[in-house]
Design a binder for this molecule. Sequence first.
Ligand SMILES: *Cc1c(COP(=O)(O)O)cnc(C)c1O
Ligand SMILES: [Zn+2]
Length: 413
Amino acid sequence: MKHVKYGECVKCGRTYPAVPDLTTCECGGILDIVYDYAYIKTRLTKEILAARQERSMWRYRELLPVEEAAEPSPLRVGWSPLYEEPRLAEQLGLKRLWVKDDGQNPTASLKDRASAMAVAKAREAGAEVIACSSTGNAASSLAGNAAAAGLSTYIFVPSRAPKGKVAQLMTFGATVISVQGSYEETFELSKQAIDRWGWYNRNAAINPYLSEGKKTVSLEIMEQLNWQVPDYIAISVGDGCTIAGLWKGLKDLYAIGFIEKLPRLISAQAEGCCPLNRAVETGEEWRPMEENTLADSIAVGVPRNADKALAAIRESNGLTVSVSDGEIMAAQKLLGRTCGVFGEPAGVTGMAGVKKLCQRGVIGKNDTVVSVVTGNGLKDVANAIEACGEPITIPSDMDRLLAAFAENHISVD
Ligand SMILES: *Cc1c(COP(=O)(O)O)cnc(C)c1O
Ligand SMILES: [Zn+2]
């Protein structure tokens, strides 16, 4: 890979050759993939990109840690829509607002961007088995992307994972271990099993290529905005790999001169589990928290990518905002009703954060904001029904319909 220099430890600065099965530094630190931007500038221009037909994350291959001739992953990952939402912007009191709906990926979450990368790198490494632990979406996306590539998977999820995600896992033919414990305990068991059997590791805080896949979300946002940088990009945060990837993509674009400034990040966490926001707000080291939120994908008490995530939030002069489960459910309803976008609880936490920052007057009428919806609401219908209620249920009878309309104060005439 001519455009990739090496992996560099974010803790001690030690460098490692970018082999396909690269993991963490000897010191335990997470690695960051370092590129040769001068070389990339000779290979990629805005014009070259604009002329490209590929509508997936692989359209940015010059900025990804794969060979230029590498096969794209079989499923179509990325190039999700970016919708401008003028009515919601007005309602919230923002200058402009866009929603990036990453629930439209093949397995319905942003995690597909990392899993497609994991599959590409596992193939390079000659691996036939990939494993990961996950709150749910990393698992279902790995299982789907691996199935499409003919690889088998071992998946560890906490037993609280919503049914929709488990159904995906079973459908994609993964070997699923549902761990009766927290995400932390799930992660530990997966680590021991991976060490023992030598499977290719798709844990995003261990495999440094996965953030590189996730960063394609910000590459797309910027291209879809015609390289006009918004003031803020909001995203929900669990382990921290996603926000770190988002930031990496923005820094890449800045380094090759595609954008002239960098936006500020908005790190949205659940009040019941916000160790990273708490660390930024107090200026102290992060400390573990309980996993006390219905937003299961970001119920991460021991964030696995704290270093990169905290660096991203701080370097971007970012904002932190922690929201209650009630605020998350309200945001789910708001996005559904105003935009026609159905996000899972963790998927809409970014929007819940944006709304809260507007209400507090921290952001407002001079600001342009992109909010990323990271996962589809169909993954967790129980919570959606809880947030939005049950339908009117009657027999097939016009009189009962009229009565029901009257009871519910619905005027149809
Ligand atoms: C995984 C996930 C996140 C958070 O990503 P991290 O890398 O864990 O911070 C947010 N939303 C959804 C829907 C997710 O699946
Ligand atoms: Zn190190």
